[in-house]
Design a protein around this ligand. Structure first.
Ligand SMILES: Nc1nc2c(ncn2[C@@H]2O[C@H](COP(=O)(O)OP(=O)(O)OP(=O)(O)O)[C@@H](O)[C@H]2O)c(=O)[nH]1
Ligand SMILES: [Mg+2]
Length: 679
């Protein structure tokens, strides 16, 4: 029976599934989300991305651009379970939005394009999910497309992502003639008819029986190899029952040793109901995942009766007020109740609690462990803030955010709008922690930084639209770093101030050297004989960290450096932590100047696809952009080229690739860190 999720707030925790939809850009996440909502009776018409009518791509820019930019939540009910979904963006510039969503999910559907298989960003989000220990099932989408091939996609999952694929369906028909699947667990044929809702469930047609039996056998053998109970049954009975298989597949999903693979076509509405069954059967509920742990190591069970703890993963200012999206991990909150914002240390009142359906919200009175809701009334909470019971504080680990690598100067076209622009930018940064705003100390310009060209373009456009501002945007620039090319040893620095009053005395001796980890900073002390007491050593380290902010080459942050404090001296009266911190800062600044520094620039891995006749031209262009070709593969008249290219050379690449390939080329990028820049 179809039920309204909002009227069914009291499903037991074991029947809740919090899951994300993850994939490379354009794999079909939003379309799939749309179909999941439709199949569960949550919506009554099927929206399309290209018409701008989907539930989760509701932002005007998402509708205009046809891509997902912001993670959006929606929920539906299936077979007595409440499924809370988060549709995530696939474009790499919004990877931080995915990171924040992953932090609060218990499971995920990884979507793959049935033609392309595993694409670069699917690999990246897969690794992100690995890092968060989020169990997944795979959905190979777009089987209706010309060239779609489930087996090839499965092989690319095995080769590039490494879990053992556990394929539980056999497609019936191919490409335009793809009409259904054989369910290899139940050995039934499931079919979908054009233009009709629901599905047929019939015996496997004779023509497919042999192939279906072969694949079922293969699945049994693979599962038996990985799962002791399945192995036992397989040895005793020389087959594995559907019930044992289901239990084994659930276990393997949770451990990540295997990944259940289903297939279908979201666009054609095929394969959706079996996917919902698989979500319920294999993905964990909030009580199946390990309890959350505070930074102090204390654990909290997913239990409505224990003290409240929740993590904020998104903040959004809307016309109706400031919405704070939270995942409740433990306890219960009531409308009108109070919570402690662990970030500010202030107790705040929960004005309202909303169950979120993309851009529509339904007020509810309570939210319990396992829920994902939005709350109104919190003033300062940001993505990453912990909310907890004032009587029982706990701080959860916040999601990490990547460092901005691209920046643009922004200014209002009308000088009178300066204040409004600054407050619009402040609001953007508050909602998206991977954006940063600063004033350039040399030019006085306001500089907005983010993760990529598109990220900044979207941010500026949002400020334009939401605040009706006319904004001029400068050329994008990349963020450089500085590192040590040649260190110094035994660098002596004396910080002495002794005119009147309390003086300052700190004497330090430093070595500097390059670190293999080009992103890191290491500090150690080899001082002997108590020449520098421990608390002053710490102060020197702090001072060195202060100095890392601006390197000698161009004021860029310094990375890839090890500093060793080898000796020093104190003064009985005039030494202090402050004096040693200052000495550490000035000593390192001078030591870096005395050695040799190198400039580093951000580099990205580019994966470009081009029709065979344009490959030469695309390669030539990449070379002109200081690209280093890593490899290329050709399949069905299309060549996929991978190369590393300095980010600074990639501005405007989309337009160039389009013109060199008559609009048929596509590309994606993935940041890979920093590399030496030409001087
Ligand atoms: N042929 C075919 N096209 C599909 C299918 N699923 C999605 N598409 C189309 O693929 C395009 C991208 O779909 P989206 O649902 O926006 O993909 P997405 O993964 O949400 O993309 P981003 O959010 O931008 O990363 C749209 O034009 C869809 O209509 C499918 O099963 N078959
Ligand atoms: Mg999308």
């Amino acid at each position: 029976m179809r039920t309204d999720p909002h009227r069914n707030p009291t499903v037991p925790l074991t029947a809740v599934r919090n899951l994300g939809i993850l994939a490379h850009v354009d794999a079909g996440k939003t379309t799939l989300t749309e179909r999941l909502l439709y199949a569960t009776g949550t919506t009554h018409k099927r929206g399309e991305v290209h018409d701008g009518t989907t539930v989760t791509d509701f932002d005007p820019q998402e509708r205009d651009r046809g891509i997902t930019i912001f993670a959006a939540a929606a929920s539906c009910t299936w077979d007595g379970h409440r499924i809370n979904l988060i549709d995530t963006p696939g474009h790499v510039d919004f990877a931080d939005e995915v990171e924040r969503a992953l932090r609060v999910l218990d499971g995920a559907i990884a979507v793959f394009d049935g033609v392309a298989g595993v694409e670069p960003q699917s690999e990246s989000v897969w690794r992100q999910a690995d890092r968060h220990g989020v169990p997944r099932i795979a959905f190979v989408n777009k089987l209706d497309r010309t060239g779609a091939d489930l087996d090839a996609a499965v092989e690319s999952i095995r080769a590039r992502l490494h879990p053992v694929p556990l394929v539980v369906q056999l497609p019936i028909g191919a490409e335009d003639g793809f009409t259904g699947v054989v369910d290899l667990l139940r050995m039934r044929s499931v079919g979908w008819a054009e233009g009709r809702d629901g599905f047929s469930d019939e015996p496997v047609p004779d023509a497919l029986l042999e192939e279906a039996r072969r694949r079922r056998r293969l699945l049994e053998e693979t599962v038996a190899e990985l799962h002791p109970a399945a192995l036992e049954e397989f040895c005793a009975e020389s087959t594995v029952s559907a019930a044992t298989m289901r239990a084994a597949l659930r276990d393997l999903t949770r451990t990540g040793d295997g990944v259940v693979v289903l297939c279908g076509s979201a666009y054609r509405n095929r394969g959706i109901e079996p996917l919902l069954d698989a979500v319920v059967a294999y993905l964990p509920s909030p009580v199946d995942v390990p309890p959350v742990r505070g930074l102090d190591g204390r654990e909290r069970q997913a239990d409505p009766a224990v003290p409240f703890a929740a993590l904020v993963f998104k903040v959004n200012s809307t016309a109706t007020g400031r919405l704070t999206y939270v995942r409740v991990y433990s306890g219960t909150i009531h409308k009108g109740g109070t919570v402690l914002d662990a970030g500010t240390g202030r107790v705040e009142r929960i004005g309202r609690i909303l169950r979120v359906q993309a851009d529509r919200h339904t007020p509810v009175d309570v939210a319990v462990a396992g829920d994902i809701v939005a709350v109104v009334g919190l003033k300062a909470a940001r993505a990453g803030t912990t909310l907890c019971a004032p009587t029982d504080p706990l701080v959860l680990e916040p999601p990490t955010s990547a460092d901005p690598v691209v920046s643009v100067a922004v200014e209002p076209r009308a000088a009178a709008d300066t204040e409004r622009l600054l407050s619009a930018l402040a609001q953007l940064v508050e909602q998206d922690p991977s954006l940063a705003v600063r004033t350039d100390s040399e030019t006085g310009q306001t500089v907005l930084s983010g993760l990529g060209e598109l990220h900044l373009e979207v941010a500026v456009e949002k400020a334009r639209r939401d605040h009706r501002l006319d904004i001029a945007v400068g050329r994008p620039r990349v963020a450089y770093r500085e590192t040590v090319a040649r260190g110094v040893s035994g660098f002596v620095y004396r910080h002495v101030k002794q005119e009147g009053g309390a003086g300052q005395f700190a004497h330090v001796v430093l070595d500097t050297e390059a670190l293999d980890d080009t992103a890191g900073f290491e500090f150690r002390s080899t001082v002997t004989g108590g020449h520098v007491p421990q608390e002053y050593v710490r102060a020197v380290e702090q001072g060195c960290r202060d100095a890392l902010v601006e390197g000698p080459l161009g004021g860029h942050p310094v990375v890839g450096l090890r500093v060793t404090l080898t000796d020093g001296a104190t003064h009985a009266k005039d030494s202090s932590e402050m004096a040693f911190r200052t000495a550490g800062r000035l000593a390192l600044r001078e030591a870096l100047r005395a050695g040799e520094m190198a400039l580093l620039e951000p580099v990205a891995e580019v994966t470009a696809t081009a029709p065979d006749n344009a490959v030469g031209s695309v390669l030539g262009d990449l070379a002109a952009r200081r690209g280093r070709i890593l490899g290329s593969t050709t399949r069905a008249g299309t060549t996929v080229i991978t190369a590393t290219v300095p980010l600074a050379e990639l501005f405007g690449y989309a337009t160039r690739l389009r013109s060199r390939t008559q609009g048929r080329g596509t590309f994606t990028t993935r940041p890979t860190g920093y590399a030496p820049a030409p001087s």
